[in-house]
Design a protein around this ligand. Structure first.
Ligand code: CXF
Ligand code: ZN
Length: 379
């Protein structure tokens, strides 16, 4: 029985920016009050892991255990944890859901105020680490999850108990990317039956938006991407039409094409690349009166979004941000899991590659090549 004691196990450590991760033995401390120690079964790679691995300047921080899309089994719980017990299958989440604050109690927000969202390299509540290497050096956490390890410690507010029947390589996807995309259509935008949707960028997130929009009953789902191959891929996720700004050659003309296709502009636009200039393009292509543009992509923190006062005032359109697609982890993720188990929400096509833990660096290469959607890493 390992409860209450430190565990020695293997973890993939990012020691320096852009250098391959190294699998080393580490010590994972016992969970503190309201924390859970989890044995990770499967994890997957998200662009946020890559972005933080590439970072050379602050907020770059190393050595660090990356990874935040995962599923695992509770090994032990800290004091005061009643929500889960040893042996429960759980999905850790970067976004908390304390269930007590004004935001968690409201249907309108998924931004917990007890554990406000910020990208700290620690276990959020007490700004300390549960990881040390064999030389006694502290290893930093990532997005409150750190899943590229056999064991990790996560606050119970970020843990969801799930049915162990769910296939592990599908389950991880609920922690971040796929949930964010599906949630953006379902919760953030609230796409209605018969509406028109334009998705800017058909990577994993954009395709997840398409899947979500399809489930919501959108009648036309327009994919916008400079890579023509994305149309064929997109069709499998519900994309009905495609606009390639590179072939059209001019962004204004691309916007005009979308406006014509939708008879006045798309009801809902989604930016899934992470360029504020593209948010503006999406906004222009959205319909006057009720068009809504949802921002999902992550641009540089200081990137500014520029809109003229008249285009806002005279068009009545709106732009909204959303973290995690506006999903409330503890109440909405079980709904998505059920739809997945009922074979309505198709996750199979998202898992394009699978690697063993030893080959974790291959997962980085594959995602960087841009030819994969989600890569499962079996721990
Ligand atoms: C992201 C969401 C936007 C802020 C940085 C982290 N989450 C996961 O990849
Ligand atoms: Zn992510």
């Amino acid at each position: 029985n390992t409860a209450g004691k430190p565990i020695r196990c293997r973890a993939a450590i990012a020691r320096k920016p852009r250098e391959p991760l190294v699998i080393e033995e580490v010590i994972v401390a016992a969970p503190k009050p309201r924390e859970v120690r989890i044995k990770i079964i499967c994890t997957s790679l998200c662009h946020s892991d890559i972005n933080n691995w590439k970072l050379e300047r602050p907020p770059a921080i190393f050595p660090r255990i990356l990874g935040h899309e995962a599923i695992g089994v509770v090994e032990s719980v800290g004091e005061g944890v009643h929500e889960v017990v040893e042996g429960d299958t759980v999905i850790p989440m970067f976004l908390p859901d304390c269930g007590e604050c004004a935001d968690c109690l409201s249907k309108k927000s998924n931004l917990c105020s007890k554990y406000p969202f910020h990208c700290t390299p620690w276990v959020g509540r007490d700004e300390t680490s549960r990881f040390t290497d064999m030389n006694g050096e502290t290893l930093y956490h990532f997005l409150h999850v750190s899943s590229f390890t056999e064991y990790t410690v996560v606050e119970v507010a970020r843990v969801i108990k799930v049915d162990p029947a769910i296939p592990a390589n599908r389950a991880c996807l609920f922690s971040c990317g796929v949930s964010t995309g599906v949630g953006a259509a379902w919760k953030a935008a609230n796409v209605e039956i018969g509406s028109t949707v334009a998705i800017f960028g058909l990577g994993a997130i954009g395709l997840a938006v398409a899947e979500g929009a399809r489930l919501c009953g959108a009648k036309r789902i327009i994919g916008v991407d400079v890579n023509q191959d994305k149309f064929e891929i997109g069709k499998k996720f519900g994309v009905t039409d495609f606009v390639n700004p590179r072939i059209i050659g001019d962004k204004t003309v691309s916007q005009q094409v979308i406006i014509e296709m939708t008879d006045g502009g798309a009801d809902y636009c989604f930016e899934c690349v992470g360029l504020t200039s593209l948010v503006h393009e999406a906004y222009v292509a959205s319909r006057k009166g009720w068009g809504k543009t949802v921002m999902l992509g992550v641009d540089q923190p200081e990137a500014m979004l520029t809109l003229s006062s008249f285009e806002v005032l005279h068009t009545g359109k709106s732009i909204m941000g959303s973290l995690f697609g506006g999903l409330k982890p503890k109440s909405d993720i079980p709904v998505l899991i059920k739809r997945c188990m009922d074979k309505e929400l198709q996750l199979d096509l998202f898992v394009t590659h699978e690697v063993e833990f030893e080959d974790i660096n291959k997962a980085f290469d594959l995602l960087l090549e841009g030819k994969s959607l989600s890569i499962s890493i079996h721990i």
